[in-house]
Ligand binder design. Structure first.
Ligand SMILES: [Zn+2]
Length: 212
């Protein structure tokens, strides 16, 4: 039985590069793949672009209200479906991909971010984490040398905590930096919601004093 895979990682963990390598591996053995990405990611338009300079045209560019089944058409001879920027899929599109693996028996490998710059899940990623038969984390490194797990957004070079969930890297003065949890809290700030009585730093300072 074919599986739904979710390969997730922070920004710059080489997700598009990994996808293009997998596509190349299939094609080297004369097997066809179908490559999709969400149109929400406007970077590269209908192309996948990797940070190390690889490019590849996508076969299916998905709008948020598209049915994947209707959009992809004939799957004859397709050995694998590869999806980039899968965090931008809708929950329903992920459900469709899951059913494709089980009903049509074609493996689907999705690549995407787990969480946004506020550490909250994207709709597509949440559904993928719920449904994927196999999860794999792609690794990237924080400025401190540890594994980076979180995505921090910068506007004009400064870390920001507010803004829309989606702002594409390189649009205007938006950039991203992958950080480990410790560095995220240090440079971006607490992830606790503001509704609690004390400001987060004070609560943790208390705990820290007690712990010492
Ligand atoms: Zn760090």
């Amino acid at each position: 039985m074919a599986k739904l895979y979710f390969h997730y990682g922070a920004m710059n963990s080489g997700k598009s590069t990994a996808l293009m390598q997998v596509a190349h591996n299939y094609e080297e053995r004369d097997q066809k793949v179908m490559v999709m990405k969400s149109s929400v990611d406007t970077k590269g338009d209908a192309y996948l672009v990797s940070r190390i300079g690889l490019r590849r045209k996508v076969d299916v560019l998905l709008q948020p209200d598209d049915s994947i089944c209707e959009k992809m058409g004939n799957l004859t001879g397709i050995a694998c479906i590869l999806v980039d920027e899968a965090q931008f899929l809708t929950a329903r599109q992920v459900d469709e991909l899951y059913e494709i693996t089980k009903r049509i028996d074609i493996p689907v490998i999705c690549y995407g971010l787990r969480s946004d710059f506020k550490t909250n899940g994207f709709l597509g990623s949440i559904r993928l984490l719920e449904l994927a038969d196999e999860l794999e984390e792609l690794i990237t490194i924080c400025r401190c040398g540890k594994r980076a797990k979180l995505n921090a957004r910068k506007v004009g070079g400064r870390f920001v905590k507010d803004g829309d969930q989606v702002a594409i890297d390189g649009n205007g003065d938006v950039t991203y930096e992958s950080l480990c949890g410790k560095c995220y809290l240090k440079y971006v700030g607490s992830i606790l919601k503001e509704s609690i009585q004390e400001v987060p730093e004070q609560s943790f300072e208390k705990v820290l004093k007690l712990t010492k």
